[in-house]
Design a protein around this ligand. Sequence first.
Ligand SMILES: [Zn+2]
Length: 103
Amino acid sequence: MSGTTDNRKDPGLKVIKENGQQESYLVLSEDERAKEFIRPVRRSYIHKECGGVTHMNQKIAETYARDPYFYNGTFCAICGKHFDLLENGERQFTWGDGTGVGE
Ligand SMILES: [Zn+2]
């Protein structure tokens, strides 16, 4: 399980572990996440390419809910690597309700 940090200079953001995940992931601060969510808090997404479901940490889920545009890319647990959210204008990941991750 990777950690999370709200420090953009955390060295763990640049460290890739054996399983392909970063040592830590950037999230919005607790104060920022305590504000209004503009999207539902969703804990998993589907990678269109492989159809696999990836579950995420609550703080990352809340960061997406507070700011859907916060991340440019994300991890697929099935493929074991990171992908851009948008490729050739197409959303690469979707939430369970079919809407795109990052919109
Ligand atoms: Zn995948």
